[in-house]
Design a protein around this ligand. Structure first.
Ligand code: HEM
Length: 417
């Protein structure tokens, strides 16, 4: 059915009748978003556990960890067809498996998972280590960097290229789908012209490697997908290309964003940096706390599949939901003193990767890249501070990202200088 079957005024009337707060909550368009995206989203916590926003097409907003869990797990009741598009515009891209519902979702997800299993990720770890080591050495030599462009986007791009069976020399083409000269995405690219060209170039790259792997199989994503079946028939080229785009689209900006948020925090806090980067156990806790505090995907959309009573509120088929993932991660019932950044927080049941059947398929990969970055970087560059942040702002597509993060290196580790 059309997502517009339920009018926002009808939903608003139901909200008022149920005693649910109704406000114009529109973080994406809030002028404060560019400076403080997560704070703008977290403001929703003050409104209530559930409220209705009249912004855009109208949507119910959910702020609590427990409710986030309930909705994320009930894929029979809440559709993912609009997830990753945010609340403002209806989707113009369809991602497999992110926008699929069961049973199709289950089939595609099962097909993808061997590529992202712990064993598959282990095989990519040496690539990640070598990339971080080389990049950190270059930065140490130079004495400064734009961490976002020079490090955070480059590491997941290089790991992705290795996984795709493509040479690292193509990293700039991959990164161009995220980084436009000077700034990220829409702000300096009217009509998205440069972005479209970058995406077309990457598509050509994928077509090239697919044709090559048909002739000569290797141990990589295209070779694996060429061997897979869906509903008893081989995947079409179109499906394979779409899955390659999904793997790129979901892995690059999200991981880079988390890396940048974490390194900004570490650059600001030498005591934390020294205590939390020293042992592998500490690094694991640091990465989890970074994911909790700075969830790169802070909002998730769902659509109600059939009329349902949700804790006394009558939701109707087609109602839109906005799950404030960032607020679930800052829910004091789930995380004592949620405002504190505590790498030793135990347990840390953050939902930065989502929950339930759509939980991030790349969680192991992202976790490995973050861990390896912290370990290898700090062996080489223990001390650094923030540079001039006057150009720093935040943008949102699926992930919330910094446009730039200037870092100045204080001194490389003696053995690496
Ligand atoms: C720190 C980095 C990352 C974060 C914070 C993140 C976050 C998320 C979240 C919140 C979802 C759930 C969407 C929903 O419930 O609708 C998701 C889904 C997904 N992620 Fe990630 N992600 C990250 C890295 C990655 C990486 C490295 C990959 C590797 C390819 C990846 C692949 C996917 C895929 C394929 C889905 C769709 C899963 C499904 O619908 O079944 N992600 N991610």
């Amino acid at each position: 059915m059309s997502t517009d079957t339920v009018s926002s005024t009808d939903a608003e009337a139901r909200a008022r009748a149920a005693g649910v707060p109704v406000i114009d909550f529109d973080p994406e368009c809030d002028p404060r978003f560019k400076d403080d995206p997560l704070g703008t989203i977290l403001a929703g916590q003050q409104v209530g556990d559930i409220f209705y926003s009249t912004a855009a097409r109208g949507f119910w907003v959910i702020t609590r960890h427990e409710l986030f869990r309930e909705i994320s797990q009930a894929t029979d009741r809440y559709s993912n067809r609009e997830t990753f598009t945010f609340y403002r515009d209806p989707p113009d891209v369809f991602q497999m498996p992110a926008n699929l519902d069961p049973p199709d979702h289950t089939k595609v997800r099962r097909l993808l998972m061997p590529l992202l299993s712990p064993a598959a990720v282990k095989r990519l770890e040496s690539r990640a280590r070598a990339s971080v080591a080389r990049i950190a050495d270059e930065v140490a030599e130079r004495g400064s960097c734009d961490f976002m462009a020079d490090v955070a986007l480059r590491i997941p791009a290089e790991v992705f290229l290795e996984h795709m069976g493509l040479p690292l020399s193509r990293a700039d083409e991959i990164i161009a789908t995220r980084l436009l000269p000077g700034k990220l995405n829409a702000s300096n690219d009217p009509g998205g012209v440069q972005l479209k060209a970058a995406v077309a170039a990457v598509r050509a790259m994928f077509e090239e490697v697919l044709a090559e792997r048909r002739r000569q199989p290797a141990d990589d994503i295209p070779t694996y997908l060429l061997s897979q079946e869906l509903d008893g028939r081989p995947l079409t080229d179109q499906e394979i290309l779409q899955l390659c785009h999904t793997l790129l689209g979901t892995s690059l900006g999200t991981t880079a964003s988390t890396m940048a948020f974490l390194f900004k925090r570490l650059a600001e806090d030498p005591a934390l940096r020294h205590s939390a980067t020293s042992t592998p156990e500490m690094v694991g806790g640091l990465v989890d706390e970074a994911l909790r505090n700075f969830p790169a995907i802070p909002l998730l959309a769902r659509t109600v599949r059939a009329d349902v009573d949700f804790h006394g509120i009558p939701w109707k088929e087609g109602d839109r939901l906005l799950l404030l993932l960032a607020a679930a991660n800052a829910d004091q019932d789930a995380f004592p003193s949620p405002e504190q950044f505590d790498p030793q927080r135990t347990p840390n049941r953050h939902v930065a990767f989502g929950l339930g059947p759509h939980r991030c398929a790349g969680a192991h990969l992202a976790g490995m890249e973050l861990r390896v970055l912290v370990e290898e970087w700090h062996r080489r560059i223990p001390d650094y501070h923030l540079g001039d942040l006057s150009d720093l702002t935040h943008e949102v597509s699926v992930a919330v990202r910094m446009t730039t993060l200037p870092l100045v290196i204080d001194s490389p580790a003696p053995s690496f200088s």
